[in-house]
Write a protein that binds this ligand. Structure first.
Ligand SMILES: [Ca+2]
Length: 179
């Protein structure tokens, strides 16, 4: 019943607003100051089919924001996709909750539109890529294996790719999970 209500709410006229409650106002202000050419994600950035699937998995209805403790300090952090206001570019940013304020870490700027992108939370653990080195030299900070005691961020192209990012010893490293 609760799930049904959540899905109904997510797909109603307020779908666009699904991301706003996940972004504290002081974080929104910090992001617009740091990245003025980019806007915050919205619940209707991606198509309804993918939003519905995420809601059915117990998600928030916002594919552009994922919450977790990515640096292991016990405070909840926020991973976001920001959309360029005047064109097709997406910025993947993690905001680490400080005391006070937020520490913004720009992970990647992609030429892909936000319409095709998503973020999600990954559980702590050990992960191994089946694709490492398969397509030429590994990219910067790409790993074959990652073991992380903190949560990470999954991101990629909807229904196509998935990469897992973890902040290990103060540095963001990642691996391909699928393509
Ligand atoms: Ca944290």
């Amino acid at each position: 019943m609760i799930l049904a209500l959540a899905i109904a709410a997510g797909l109603s006229g307020t779908a666009k607003e699904a991301c706003a409650p996940l972004i504290p106002s002081d974080l929104a202000a910090a992001l617009s100051k740091a990245y003025p050419q980019y806007r915050l994600p919205r619940g209707d950035d991606q198509d309804q089919y993918n939003v519905r699937a995420q809601l059915e998995r117990g998600g928030t209805g916002c594919l552009g924001v994922a919450e977790g403790d990515f640096d292991g300090d016990g405070r909840r952090d926020v991973a976001l996709l920001l959309a360029r206001k005047d064109g097709r570019r997406t910025r993947f940013v993690v905001a680490l909750r400080g005391d006070p304020g937020w520490r913004l870490e720009l992970i990647e700027t992609s030429i892909e539109a936000i319409e095709n992108q998503y973020v999600d939370v990954v559980a702590p653990g050990a992960y191994e890529s089946g694709f490492y080195g398969e397509y030429g030299a590994p990219a910067a900070n790409e790993r074959k294996k990652i073991r992380s005691s903190t949560e990470g961020v999954e991101t990629g192209t909807l229904e196509s790719t998935a990469s897992y990012y973890f902040r290990v010893n103060g540095q963001w490293v990642w691996l391909w999970i699928s393509d």
